[in-house]
Design a protein around this ligand. Structure first.
Ligand code: IPD
Length: 298
């Protein structure tokens, strides 16, 4: 039995594979590149094309559902989680890699649903204070590594897989034995860079085996889910970088939390994830906060 969201999950998988094909082909072609919030925050016509394809196909099939998507948000659409089923989409995660033909790019599709009161408020104007996020749960996540053709999936209560192989996080609890992943984030002003570098320095002082920046938050989080890294942290990512990956990591046995050590807030633009709670807590304690505001207040 597939469960109530089976059709949605299957649609996400099919669309991620279709989008991946388009991105793989476009990777080696000439691109028109524009900037968004900073000179390092890039977008191409392929980001728009792929987002348009995913959203229009899903809208056709699931007309009552809501959508949060990276390029729509960049154009001013609000990011709010309501009790209605909501798709959270990053058409190309790793756009900077994509622009440079660095082959670490992914499509990410997450799906969140209010477990208690589905559909009830779907047509009502939404506010975070009215419908707190914590009643809306992430149901599944699909992330497709476009060039290596690896499909990562996680479904609440049903495990996480990569091309059919079950995923398991590492059991490491000691920073001095950890491989840690992070991403730089879009802000490059001197104060932000100082904090970013000093956070990295703190982990290196704690004798982490290594700190890696691969240019795609979602694929870094998939490496964590696979046990290929022990921890991940970042300030300046978005709900579309986190939604699908959070389900995959949790279903692989891992922890996803706020950098304060408290529960994850999908809209807070920051995260710590690890194979174990001990590791996540140690990383959270080592970090200084970099303020990126909130996705639902932009
Ligand atoms: C970004 C990438 C980048 C990370 C940013 C993300 P995008 O996603 O994952 O590595 O530092 O936080 O927003 O813009 O390529 O979809």
């Amino acid at each position: 039995a597939g469960g109530p969201w089976e059709e949605c999950f299957e649609a996400a998988v099919q669309l991620a594979l279709r989008a991946g094909q388009i991105i793989r082909k476009a990777l080696s072609e000439e691109k028109r590149v524009s900037t968004k919030t900073s000179a390092a925050d890039l977008v191409t016509e392929t980001d728009h094309l792929v987002e348009g394809l995913i959203i229009s196909e899903l809208q056709k099939r699931f007309p009552s559902h809501r959508f949060i998507a990276e390029e729509a948000a960049a154009a001013g659409a609000k990011c709010v989680l309501t009790p209605s089923p909501t798709w959270i989409v990053d058409p190309i995660d790793g756009t900077c890699n994509f622009v440079h033909r660095f082959p670490t790019v992914a499509v990410s599709i997450g799906f969140a649903v209010n477990q208690e009161c589905q559909h009830q408020f779907s047509s009502v104007e939404t506010k975070r204070s009215l419908y707190p996020c914590n009643s809306t749960k992430l149901e599944f996540g699909v992330i497709y590594h476009c060039t290596e053709e690896r499909l990562y999936t996680g479904r609440r209560g049903r495990g996480a897989f990569c091309n059919g192989q079950r995923l398991r996080v590492s059991g490491e609890t000691d920073i001095s034995k950890a491989l840690v992943l992070t991403e730089i984030g879009p802000k490059r002003d001197p104060a932000t860079l100082k904090l970013f570098l000093s956070n990295m320095e703190r982990l290196l002082h704690a004798k982490a085996h290594g700190v890696r920046v691969i240019g795609s938050s979602t694929l870094a989080l998939c490496h964590l889910a696979s046990g290929a890294a022990d921890a991940y942290y970042q300030f300046g990512l978005h709900c579309w970088d986190l939604a699908a990956a959070t389900v995959i990591i949790r279903e692989a046995g891992g922890i996803v939390m706020d950098t304060s050590g408290g529960p994850l807030d999908l809209m807070s633009c920051r995260v710590v994830a690890a194979g174990t709670r001990e590791m996540a807590t140690l990383i959270a304690q080592a970090l200084q906060t970099i303020n990126y505001g909130r996705d639902d207040e932009k």
